[in-house]
Write a protein that binds this ligand. Structure first.
Ligand SMILES: *Cc1c(COP(=O)(O)O)cnc(C)c1O
Length: 398
């Protein structure tokens, strides 16, 4: 006998929960891809997409996942042999750096470890030493989905400006766009990348590259850009097929259209505020549990934690047991530990992640927390009392 029968909840940091509205919007026959409603819907979607990133710049859409837009974005602004500085705050910064290295870009990695955000002072010092401005692009990850640390994009821009350095600032917002506040233009990001399956609540398969006029000028200086990754026709299409350099991702577009409707009906400020409260709901429970057992935050300072996902240490034996219990006995799948091999020499099994990104509300988060409490009780994992009460108080906003 299992209590898992019922709607399964995938509480992992992508793919996130798909709203019924998104699923229903996709449930239709194949549309005309030559002209008409689909083309008009896509044109009209572009401004709504830009509003999610708070930019009046440009956007190119790719049939790709996050790994695809790592490559797509770089292909437009960095040629083989040119220098890139990759700011790494966990697993994903290194992933983007590896993509660049395979493209022949000369990558330097600046490692901030697994428990800290980008340190703007260290960046500024490095840029001041680059007196001939060899570094062409700087990459950072707003929310590293493995460590759950959030870095301050505006502070990184200020450090670049304080060093008087012309490098482009490129930001991976794959986990954070539509979740954590991100103001591309105000905060001075030149390139922002994201994908469909996290804050945008749409199935995996679409990648997005937002870019500024400065980044656009850099693209114009490039001698060669691969035909598929070139963002010029995608962002300024004369014919509908140019948006996607081929057949349009028809059903993903219907899903995305509905997801954008939902985000803008709620309002971006409210979307960010909802995620902030739901994140604090999770943290209140974890704090109480941690007082009487092994559970601990990977990121101690709440100001440095993402609102999309929370990474927790629980000890090597407990992580996989707890995740398995939740899936098999309660119908909730939590995120695995990822890339945590070097913190205190433990391996990733000693960690797990609770996602609270996208189409989530109070009852879903409180349900996950209640289920974790049940799992720890069933497995005899020691934990402090009062966690669910503390979580409910955050949602009650008293
Ligand atoms: C999910 C994620 C990626 C990778 O996206 P895929 O779609 O799995 O390729 C990259 N960066 C961050 C920060 C992510 O959260």
């Amino acid at each position: 006998m299992s209590l898992a029968h019922g709607r399964h909840y995938l509480a992992i940091p992508g793919p996130s929960v798909m709203p019924d509205r998104v699923l229903q919007a996709m449930h239709r026959p194949a549309p005309n891809i030559y002209y008409g409603a689909l083309a008009e819907m896509t044109d009209a979607m572009i401004p709504d997409l830009k509003r999610v990133a708070c930019t009046e710049g440009h956007v190119a859409i790719y049939i790709a996942n996050g790994h695809g837009v790592w490559e797509a974005s770089l292909a437009n602004v960095a040629a083989p042999g040119e220098a890139m500085l990759a700011l790494c705050t966990g697993r994903f910064g290194f992933g983007w750096a590896e993509t660049a290295a395979r493209m022949g870009i000369a990558v330097e990695r600046m490692d901030f470890g697994l428990q800290a955000p980008v340190d703007p002072a260290r960046l500024q010092e490095r840029l001041r030493a680059d007196t001939d401005h060899a570094i062409r692009v700087i990459t950072m990850v707003q929310v590293d989905t493995a460590t759950s640390v959030r870095s301050d994009v505006a502070a990184v821009r200020r450090a670049i400006d304080a060093a008087g350095h012309p490098a482009l600032l490129m930001v991976d917002c794959i986990a954070s766009l539509g979740v954590d506040e991100m103001r591309m233009d105000d905060w001075g990001a030149d390139v922002v990348i994201t994908a469909s399956q996290k804050g945008l609540m749409t199935p995996p398969g679409l990648g997005f590259v937002f870019f500024s006029d400065r980044a656009r000028s850099r693209r114009a200086e490039m001698a060669n850009v691969s035909m598929y990754w070139d963002w010029v026709p995608r962002s300024e299409p004369e014919m509908f097929y140019q948006y996607f350099n081929g057949t349009a991702p028809t059903h993903h577009l219907y899903g995305l259209r509905e997801a954008l409707n939902m985000l803008h009906e709620e309002g971006m400020e409210n979307v960010w505020a909802r995620h902030a409260i739901l994140a604090r709901t999770v943290w209140a429970a974890v704090e109480a549990w941690g007082k009487g057992g092994p559970l601990a935050f990977n990121i101690a300072d709440p100001a440095l934690r993402s609102h999309a996902v929370t990474t927790l240490a629980i000890g090597k034996d407990h992580g996989p047991r707890l995740r398995r219990w939740l899936t098999e006995e309660a119908g909730v799948t939590l995120g695995i530990g990822l890339g945590m091999e070097t913190v205190e020499k433990r391996d990733s099994d000693g960690y797990f992640r609770i996602a609270h990104m996208g189409h989530v509300n109070a009852h879903m988060v409180l349900g996950v927390l209640g289920t974790i409490e049940a799992g720890m009780t069933a497995l005899g994992i020691p934990h402090g009392k009062g966690a669910l009460e503390a979580a409910a108080a955050v949602c009650a906003r008293v």
